[in-house]
Write a protein that binds this ligand. Structure first.
Ligand code: DAH
Length: 338
């Protein structure tokens, strides 16, 4: 039995020394020192041994138990230190790695174009004005000389919020809101979102306009023409041809639409201008005296002009964008190009 105890010591110590992690070490502890372990088994077996041999063997077994226990403690220290080191290595920060840059935002192309348009009018002394997107029928139609039964209402494909309240179909209602609050001279530009029930490659249910209004004594169509020509030459370049085409709007008389020579083919004819060589960019005219009556302006004393620019159209022409939908889908591959 003595030999058996000694043999146990050497196998146990060898096994402990070979453990490669804390888990294996714990298994070894259970195997030798646990309640059903080999040493425990021997100590229990001592009751079978003769009383003379018992103290000698007991002492030997206890010694071996202590030796194994010490070996386990020592091994545990080593493995603990190793585990600690491994953890530190895996969590280490590599300061030489390049950083991750935060993505930088920038102005949307529509806002860039809007700002560029406004800037030109600011230089001429126009001020900026604004009005609500949710607008009354009175401001959107009636005060602009578009009565309820007027066919021009049909062409606006209006979104109704509730009876008498609409999403504005153009920025023109802000003309009336400004005139109600200010006496001439008035010179304002009004950027804003407008809404119509319409959706295809060149129509979006929400799009953008810049409205212009100038009222003073002695304003003529020549002033309107000069201002818009100057705008076109500044914005599209001085070689751009400008054409005023007679048109109709209830709130202006006379009215015109302005075309510019096609920015893609320089007027030769292409797909963008549908072979006409011309592109329409705005509507305009001399403010109809009926509108001044709604505003409470002296129709004998004042004259003025107004215009409405399609911002989306202009952005599409400037950047050769094929579908208006691109402007609003927020696909980063598109947005990041501007
Ligand atoms: N409001 C018109 C539209 O959206 C555009 C327009 C035409 C505005 C003539 C004007 C104007 O101020 O004088 O179709």
């Amino acid at each position: 039995m003595k030999e058996q105890i000694e043999a146990l010591r050497s196998t146990a110590l060898e096994e402990v020394a070979k453990t490669s992690d804390l888990r294996a070490l714990e298994d070894a502890r259970v195997k030798y020192l646990g309640r059903k372990g080999k040493i425990t088994e021997i100590l229990r077996g001592l009751s079978q041994v003769s009383p003379e041999e018992r103290p000698v063997l007991g002492q030997a077994a206890n010694k071996v138990r202590d030796a194994i226990s010490d070996a386990i403690d020592a091994r545990k220290e080593v493995l603990d230190a190793e585990a600690e080191q491994q953890k530190a290595a895996s969590e280490a920060v590599d300061l030489t790695l390049p950083g991750r840059r935060p993505r930088k935002g920038h102005m949307h192309v529509i806002n860039q174009v809007t700002d560029d348009i406004l800037e030109i009018f600011f230089e001429l002394g126009f001020q900026v004005a604004a009005g609500p997107d949710v607008e009354t029928e009175y401001y959107n139609f009636e005060s602009l000389n578009i009565p309820a039964d007027h066919p021009a209402r049909d062409s606006h494909d209006t979104f109704f919020v509730k009876p008498g309240v609409v999403l504005r179909t153009h920025t023109s209602p802000v003309q009336m809101r400004v005139m109600e609050k200010t006496q001439p001279p008035v010179a304002v530009v009004v950027p804003g979102r407008v809404y119509r029930v319409d959706y295809d490659a060149s129509h979006s249910p929400m799009f953008n306009q810049v409205e212009g209004l100038l009222v003073d004594e002695g304003v003529t169509f020549a002033d309107l023409k000069g201002t818009l020509m100057m705008f076109v030459h500044r914005f599209f370049g001085k070689d751009t041809q400008v054409r005023f085409r007679p048109s109709f709007f209830p709130f202006t008389e006379p009215s015109a639409e302005v075309d510019i020579s096609c920015t893609v083919c320089q007027g030769k004819g292409c797909r963008v201008c549908k072979n006409s060589g011309w592109l329409e960019i705005l509507g305009c005219g001399m403010v109809n005296p009926k509108v001044y009556e709604y505003a409470g302006y002296d129709t004998e004393k004042y004259t003025g002009y107004a215009f409405g620019l399609g911002v989306d159209r202009i952005a599409m022409l400037r950047h050769a964008i094929s579908s208006i939908g691109h402007l609003y889908e927020n696909d980063m591959r598109f947005v990041e190009q501007f």
